[in-house]
Design a protein around this ligand. Sequence first.
Ligand code: NAD
Ligand code: IPM
Ligand code: MN
Length: 370
Amino acid sequence: MTSFNLLLLPGDGIGTEIMAEVKRVIDWFGARGVASFEYEHDLVGGSAYDAHGKAVSEATMAKALAADAVIFGAVGGPKWDGVPYDVRPEAALLRLRKDLALFANLRPAICYPALAEASSLKRELVEGLDILIVRELTGGVYFGEPKEIVTLENGQKRAVDTQLYTSPEIERIARVAFELARTRGKRVASAEKRNVMKSGVLWNQIVTRIGKEEYADVALEHVLADNCAMQLVRRPKQYDVIVTDNLFGDILSDVAAMLTGSLGMLPSASLGAPDAATGRRKALYEPVHGSAPDIAGKGIANPIAMIASFGMALRYSFGLVAEADLLDRAIAGVLGKGLRTADIAAAGTSPCSTSQMGDAIIAELDLLST
Ligand code: NAD
Ligand code: IPM
Ligand code: MN
């Protein structure tokens, strides 16, 4: 039986609560004998900072580099607002993405039929929604240098962030988007701000060239990123795959999350390039949401984004496509039966807890596989 090594990094806030539920799902698939999942836990984010003064230790980085996949909860929270910038909780996630070279972040926004009412948009706008945001994850303004706050001679301060993209960075993320579009609706919308940013001009030129030369069978449109945000709430089903840079992808995916009913529903996969010898990609799977300090410790967080992120690991890292489909059906089944955590519950109904949602997904997996 194939064995996979996972590194579980629960992190902070609701990260630990949702990790407890996804672990049960991992164990369920392990017990079913489709593969053996070995895992170990480690600290990351604020909890790691509290333990050893760094948001991620060198030992944890080494384990992450060696793992077949990292399963990541969420980091951050008001407790660490005052810590030095370089060791703040979020720095751990950025370092993991950069050092593992996870340049392609896949954020699917699917509106489960049973949740069309939970969206803040009208049912007809979101029913059947299935879009995929492909976010560039290791470049752009998140990592460009210089990145600093300097004090000028007159005592004023100046803050600088640098939006920087090279042509290979744009080419490789464009190819990921076109390849994925080929497996679904064969349409790519590329979102940038070519009207004000040089990086947007280059992005547009390169995506156009790659589309024309290598993916003539995929329809390509260009959309200004601000218009894209508006279109996502106006008529979201016009999109199939959206490819965009690191910062726009961060923002557009939070917008897309609400179309599905809740930020607590959106999973993600962060993938590196395939290894030349083995074909394997380094990968980290995490929900799109954060540590949700406002609900942390209450046992009411929605674990579906985390569990569906493991579903993406089954699909993209372990080649267990039937199992990934089974997990998706189990999530849809539980929602179809009306179970809701507070974030997706209708007013006046009584929501379930994080662990009750976990229980129900395990029970549905049992049911679907007998
Ligand atoms: P957030 O995503 O943590 O929360 C935004 C809102 O969505 C909150 O009202 C929260 O309760 C709700 N929410 C999020 N996930 C939910 C879930 N699973 N179930 C139910 N409700 C959920 O964003 P924020 O409040 O802006 O950020 C809080 C902290 O998290 C910050 O420190 C931020 O930097 C960090 N953050 C981390 C990650 C990550 O680790 N990947 C992502 C985003 C934000
Ligand atoms: C996300 C988060 C992160 C980002 C933060 C926590 C660094 O918001 O994954 O969407 O901005 O990329
Ligand atoms: Mn974000």
